[in-house]
Design a protein around this ligand. Structure first.
Ligand code: NI
Length: 162
């Protein structure tokens, strides 16, 4: 297992559309193990493959006793809306309140390729949606109002100049 470097905004790899995983083999297992290791090292609750420069639809979410592996996830239903503060390992030190569905239903595959369905609410729903966004090239601050987003990006870019 190895810890990978986390790519930070505005790295273009974060803006790509991740490809569907087709081979559920040992190298996928290794990659997912590396993602767990990297997430733990950076003290995150979730990590998507594009954040370590890999353009595949894979994400992991670990919170309390839950360990969720999402391969090729698809949101099939969502309801409600909830605003909570959110951050991202790809924009460290920056937090903002973002709207997310209160409840989500997601179809995904696990690391072996077996399909399963998740039905989650609250924080886990938020964390899962955040990671799924990464697989579509979306970052959490894209979900802010246009004015807030502009302000937020300016703050991030100021950090880049240093
Ligand atoms: Ni993130």
């Amino acid at each position: 297992m190895s810890v990978h470097r986390i790519r930070e905004y505005p790295d273009p790899v974060l803006r790509g559309c991740a490809e569907t995983v087709r081979n559920f083999d040992a190298s996928l297992m290794d990659l997912i193990n590396d993602m767990w290791e990297t997430m733990k090292e950076y003290e995150g609750v979730g990590l998507a493959a594009p954040q370590i420069g890999i353009n595949l639809q894979i994400a992991v979410v670990g919170w309390r006793d839950r360990r969720i592996v999402l391969v090729n996830p698809e949101v099939v239903d969502c309801e409600g809306e909830d605003f909570q503060e959110e951050g991202c390992l790809s924009s460290p030190g920056f937090y903002e309140k973002v709207g997310r569905p209160e409840r989500i239903v997601v179809d995904a595959r696990d690391e072996k390729g077996d399909p399963y369905r998740l039905d989650e609410t609250g924080f886990l729903a938020r964390a899962i949606m955040h990671e799924i966004d990464h697989l579509h090239g979306k970052l959490f601050f894209d979900r802010l109002s246009p004015l807030k987003r502009k302000f937020f990006k300016r703050k991030l870019e100021k950090r880049e100049d240093k």
